[in-house]
Design a protein. Structure first.
Length: 270
């Protein structure tokens, strides 16, 4: 891990260069895409960089699940795959964690889920889980897995998420995380956090679907380790996706990247 004092490249400088970097990688890739099978379900697929098949220590693993609100793109694939490419680039540049430049799509019905110690699931207020999927995810947590959930808002979506997670982790209690929780201090000290809005903030609205108050919650195991990091009434995925857009505020993108990096390093070290 790079010491804080050695980070000469600020997040602001990094985010300013992302657009050019992604464009250049796309030109070099010659149009080949690792996850072309899933692109019809994705919101914003981009071309692959030349090192898309590099074997690395870590890759951003996105959970592919079913939803009752799948329409023009699947709910699991919101912000994909620009969001994960941008965050992966930040991890590569700002830490020593050997990270793949492209994501891993992990289907909830596949035992591949056990191969990835860090999973990301978006819009979990809409997920629909079968009994076999619940059992697989429970076994995933029993083996030490970590899940980050993001971009769901309002009490109705919370109730849907809570119903699903209670089936996966019966008896698991949701807690509000304190400012001094280790997950907020792995690499970056995040004592002061604020709501991370979606792209809708450029129109002056910083919340979605009644989710006015941001929450950072977790489900903690018997040893005190966070198993599920819950970003409720926040939209880190949008902040990653639009980090290179001139209209999206840099302070939100920077905090979202710091959070994502902390969560990844926490999962890999705890």
């Amino acid at each position: 891990m790079v010491p804080r004092r050695a980070l000469k490249l600020t997040l602001g400088m990094l985010l300013a260069t992302m657009s050019l970097a992604v464009w250049s990688a796309a030109q070099s890739a010659g149009g080949h895409r690792r996850w072309s099978t899933y692109e019809p379900e994705m919101q914003a697929p981009v071309e692959d960089p030349p090192d898309a098949y590099e074997k690395t220590e870590f890759a951003f693993a996105r959970l592919r699940y079913r939803s009752y609100r799948d329409r023009f793109y699947a709910r699991w694939a919101i912000d994909s795959n620009r969001a994960e490419r941008h965050l992966s680039q930040a991890v590569r540049r700002l830490t020593r964690l050997h990270t793949r430049s492209v994501e891993e799509i992990v289907d909830i019905d596949s035992d591949e889920v056990y191969e990835w110690p860090w999973l990301y699931a978006v819009s979990v207020g809409d997920w629909v889980l079968s009994d076999s999927q619940v059992a697989r995810l429970r076994a995933y947590f029993d083996r030490g897995g970590f899940l980050m959930v993001d971009d769901f808002h309002g009490e109705s979506e919370w109730a849907s998420f809570a119903a699903g997670i209670s089936r996966i982790l019966p008896g698991g209690s949701v807690v509000e995380l304190n400012d001094d929780d280790p997950i907020f201090h792995v690499l970056y000290d995040l004592d002061q956090r604020f709501q991370i809005p979606g792209f809708n903030v450029v129109n002056g609205v910083g919340y979605e679907r009644g989710g006015v108050v941001p929450h950072w919650r977790g489900i903690v195991d018997a040893k005190g380790r966070i198993q599920v990091m819950i970003c409720f009434n926040n939209d880190l995925g949008d902040a990653w996706e639009w980090a290179d857009h001139p209209d999206y505020p840099e302070r939100f993108a920077s905090l979202a990247h710091r959070m994502g990096i902390n969560y990844i390093l926490y999962a890999m070290t705890h």
